[in-house]
Write a protein that binds this ligand. Sequence first.
Ligand code: SF4
Ligand code: SF4
Length: 283
Amino acid sequence: MFGTGLLKGLGITLKHALDTFADDRKHVPSRYQDSVKGGNGRRVIEQPITQEGLLTIQYPEERRLLPERFRYIPMLIWDTQANEDKCTACGICAKVCPPQCIWIVRDMDANGKPVARPAEFYIDAAVCMSCSFCVEFCPFDAIKMNHDFELAVYDRYPQLVYDKAELTVPVEYYAALWPTQWAAEEEAKRQKEAEDKAKAEAKAKADAEKAAKAASAAAAKPAPAAVEAKASAPGEAVASNGGVVVASADGGATDEAAAKKARLDELKRKAAETAKKRKDGGA
Ligand code: SF4
Ligand code: SF4
């Protein structure tokens, strides 16, 4: 029938209007007032995923509160306690970046030897696809995703190619932007430190026990005089650990030398006899 589609559309609009009105009543006096968070001189409106009805945010005068896991362009973390970059210029993020929009130049010391920090670090924000691979693969928690999405500029190049200074933020900024993840990382760090400490203590204890055992074994070893006395007993020799073993190798060598000496004496005697006979016969 003519006009049915129009009536359906108007019905949907009316339903949304009524839903919004009903939802507004839950946030008396105003859902805006309830959800204003403030910040940067603008009202930041929270619009939770559970909210029903329509909500108009007067952007850019107002902003929507972004969820913690929102990600846009990466940022580099500056360790304020150590007063240095967390980045070691290992280059893993640049390798895994799918559109290859990260460039890193490793720093060098006065002798031209590479050092573990970036001298230059660039990200082409016009190419970055906010995949967060660089963050996932960084072994040093040195790169994280920023929430800042209002990056419009007149010229793409070089304004959207961010350098190290533009990318770097203090670690406190990251902690405020990603509070849940920050807390989880800190907890994991604490646990790892506790595990490492327990391992080191267990190793030190095992080493001390080993050393004590070695010392007591050395103390139990017989004095050299006793060793000689034992070794001189027939058919016996003293083992290196102080225990008595049946002589075999050394005793055998002594017997062999004696037998050899006897054979030589015999040969000498025979040679002397032969020489005497010749002399007597010749005489
Ligand atoms: S940000 Fe992380 S992965 Fe990338 S170079 Fe620095 S330490 Fe390596
Ligand atoms: S977020 Fe993805 S595209 Fe952007 S720099 Fe990181 S790895 Fe590359």
